[in-house]
Ligand binder design. Structure first.
Ligand code: 13P
Length: 255
């Protein structure tokens, strides 16, 4: 059985002290997570890099996972400003986002680079949350599924996937990110089913059965249960609504 995952992408928000407060309040409000163990819904927070040591310290012993919003494709060396997978892994990170649409758009990240980053993350025991999704004009032209699957294919090139647990895929339609517009539950399910089918054809039944596929884009407490109802949607990648303890906690409850 695939365990649902709700991951909060904080993007470039919060100071270390604000993060410290968020973690303390979250654990107080959600004692099941504070106790460690294996709650029915996996929760993870993906803060900016300077907040990661704070997450490591505050979340130690709890069931809340954490990780980065990006990672270098390089192992080590003269790459000013980059962050190595080994550095995240050493701090106890579990996840790392690769190929977020903001990085693809503002830093021109190619499918090839995203695949290299995912490979590097897996090599270091991190689980990449690989993002794909179409722009509005692509959806309006009726090419959302074919575009997203082609982007996925490029972003997986050269990756070996066996169990399907090495990787999480997040479908984030670009037009739904930070806009207040959400894909309908039917559109999210249609895409998640198409992605699972692609994984099945490419990597086999076991990978398809295990791989988790998230939806992202203006998810909030009020639409979480609806979006999660599709059998192929295994959770969410949440931006704005993960910044407040209350809304993120409500979303976990809704999942
Ligand atoms: P919002 O939830 O703020 O729309 O952001 C979604 C997102 O980009 C998560 O990675």
């Amino acid at each position: 059985m695939r365990k649902p995952l709700l991951a909060g992408n904080w993007k470039m928000n919060k100071t270390p002290s604000e993060a410290r407060r968020w973690f303390a309040e979250f654990l107080e409000a959600n004692p099941v997570y504070a106790a460690g163990g294996e709650p029915a819904v996996e929760a993870a927070i993906l803060p900016s890099f300077p907040l990661i040591p704070v997450a490591a310290e505050q979340l130690a012993g709890s069931a809340v996972r954490f990780g980065g919003q990006d990672v270098s494709a390089h192992e080590w060396g003269a790459f000013t400003g980059e962050v190595a997978a080994a550095q995240l892994a050493d701090l106890g990170a579990s996840y790392v986002i690769v190929g977020h649409s903001e990085r693809r758009a503002y830093w021109n990240e190619s499918d090839e680079l995203v695949a290299a980053k995912a490979a590097r993350a897996i090599e270091h025991g991190l689980t990449p949350i690989l993002c794909v999704g179409e722009k509005l004009e692509v959806r309006e032209a009726g090419r959302a599924v074919s575009f997203t699957l082609a982007q996925l294919e490029g972003s997986l090139s050269g990756l070996e996937i066996a169990s399907g647990e090495e990787l999480v895929i997040a479908y984030e339609p670009v037009w739904a990110i930070g806009t207040g517009k959400t894909a309908s539950a039917a559109d999210a399910e249609e895409m998640a089913a198409a992605i699972r089918n692609f994984i099945r054809e490419r990597y086999g039944e076991r990978a398809a059965a295990n791989i988790r596929i998230l939806y992202g884009g203006s998810m909030k407490p009020a639409n979480t249960a609806d979006i999660m109802a599709g059998p192929n949607v295994d959770g969410g990648l949440v931006g704005g609504a993960s910044l407040e303890v209350e809304s993120f906690s409500q979303m976990i409850a809704a999942v």
